[in-house]
Design a protein around this ligand. Structure first.
Ligand code: CO
Length: 211
């Protein structure tokens, strides 16, 4: 059997198992979704949103890209964010990075690797913002781990800078923003940052006409 055929076999078995445990499981989800969470994570195959959070289909709206970035010109991310916040009315937006992230590692290096350079440049900006903390660190591994964390925290800040989030905060007091880092070596998530409506932000990033 080809490897992709195995996936289809697995799918049949999984669907049958879900129905045997809960006959209404799929029929309940056919017409509507009410996820409480938007997940913005890395595309890395080792960090699947549902598995590591013990959640089922219907519970998390997901956007993934290389290095879990919130880039203010990314129409894909902004479309997902707007739909999740304004239509699905999610209560929580989670940016989840991970230690050992190849995107962050590449951004710390000096090799051009193609069009992805443009994407990773956003992480180099995070490095520059925090070079006072990062450069003195003795070990390259510690610096790598810390840049993973700082990158997550900056992406949470980037969410708070969007008119989408600021308008929702003004109108309904949510969603709550979270920054997490997942450790590949033991599967555990470390919470790093939280921002909610009314959070302090740089005045230059605040819009005053969105209520
Ligand atoms: Co990654």
């Amino acid at each position: 059997m080809e490897s992709y055929e195995k996936l289809l076999e697995n799918n049949k078995a999984w669907a049958a198992e879900m129905v045997s445990k809960d006959p209404q499981f799929f029929t309940r989800l056919v017409d509507v979704q009410h996820p409480e969470f938007l997940w913005i994570g890395c595309s890395d195959s080792r960090v699947p949103a549902n598995e590591i959070t013990g959640t089922l289909p219907g519970q998390i709206f997901v956007h993934r890209n290389i290095a879990n970035m919130v880039v203010n010109t990314d129409v894909n991310m902004l479309s997902v964010l707007e739909y999740a916040v304004n239509v699905l009315k999610v209560k929580h937006v989670i940016v989840c990075g991970h230690y050992g992230c190849g995107g962050v590692k590449a951004a710390m290096g000096n090799q051009s690797i193609g069009i992805i350079d443009t994407w990773l440049r956003n992480i180099k900006v995070v490095y520059r913002l925090h070079q006072g903390e990062l450069n003195p660190m003795a070990s390259a591994d510690a610096r790598f781990d810390r840049l993973v964390e700082l990158n997550v925290i900056e992406q949470v800040r980037n969410l708070s800078k969007t008119a989408i989030i600021q308008k929702a905060w003004a109108q309904r007091g949510g969603p709550h923003l979270h920054g997490w880092a997942y450790r590949l070596s033991d599967g555990v998530v470390k919470p790093l940052a939280e921002l909610s409506a009314g959070a302090e932000m740089d005045p230059i990033d605040r819009y005053d006409n969105l209520s």
